[in-house]
Ligand binder design. Structure first.
Ligand SMILES: C[S@@+](CC[C@H](N)C(=O)[O-])C[C@H]1O[C@@H](n2cnc3c(N)ncnc32)[C@H](O)[C@@H]1O
Length: 237
């Protein structure tokens, strides 16, 4: 079933987050009008699938996905640390996209492409097993029970992630909201295509050594919150 068309008609999934914050300064606005169109991913209009490796001018060995990159600190840091990886970031919040664009320009990063919308609208255009990693870090916890269904982790998005992740690929989730951590554990370990190979607290109490701090993570730590890092694996097909 389509991710973007959940009920067989042409309705988009509902977006509950913000798309705009404060008015962008001119420099940032110029990046949105000048640089974003060069880096933006547009799903094929014929409903076909994207050639992920073809999105990057320089050859890349792997492709990674980050859903909800916020201001882009983590995505940009991964791109700097892994120049042979192509990174695709999804984020509908234009102020966050503009912050990422500034990092891309300042650091001359050539291995990032951006989908500036709800990741669920991109899934249908992604090829099977195209990604070696996916990140969803400090994604909106929607703590009220009646809002839980707005959480990014859901049976539908897990089906999509299972399709687009390669065998053995990592799905990395982090949060400081224990209600969302339990939800993610229950949903991901309950999904037939994912496993959680953690052996002990060291596997989830500390940010993985190849991770980078995000803005929400540093805010949570500053407030004394504990963060949990869950590293799931896509089971072999
Ligand atoms: C709480 S913020 C965290 C941002 C960043 N990951 C961090 O840790 O600082 C969650 C972000 O995820 C984005 N987001 C939520 N659902 C999304 C979706 N379906 N597709 C793309 N982005 C999404 C929101 O717009 C928001 O910027």
């Amino acid at each position: 079933m389509s991710d973007a068309v959940p009920s067989g008609d042409d309705r988009r999934p509902r977006w509950y987050g913000r798309r705009h914050g404060h008015r962008l300064r001119k420099g940032r606005q110029d990046l949105v009008t000048g640089l974003l169109p060069k880096l933006r991913i547009v799903p094929p209009s014929d409903g076909g699938r994207l050639d992920l490796f073809g999105l990057f001018a320089d050859p890349v060995a792997e492709i990674w996905l980050e859903v909800g990159f916020g201001a882009g600190e983590h995505l940009a840091a991964q791109a700097r640390a892994n120049p042979n990886v192509g990174l695709i970031g999804c984020e509908p919040f234009v102020n966050g996209v503009a912050s990422l664009l500034a990092r891309i320009r300042d650091d001359d990063l050539t291995n990032i492409r951006i989908f500036d919308d709800d990741a669920r609208l991109l899934f249908d255009a992604l090829p099977d097993a195209g990604f070696n990693r996916a990140f969803t870090l400090f994604s909106d916890p929607w703590p009220k029970k009646r809002h839980h269904r707005r959480r990014f982790i859901s049976p539908q998005t897990l089906d999509s992630l299972a399709r687009v992740l390669g065998d053995g690929a990592e799905l990395r989730f982090a949060s400081d909201q224990m209600g969302y951590v339990s939800w993610a554990l229950r949903h991901v370990t309950g999904h037939r295509n994912f496993a959680w190979p953690a052996r002990g607290p060291e596997d989830w109490r500390r940010r993985p050594g190849d991770g980078f701090e995000t803005r929400y993570e540093s805010k949570a730590r500053a407030q004394g919150a504990r963060c949990v890092y869950l590293s799931f694996r896509r089971r072999p097909r």
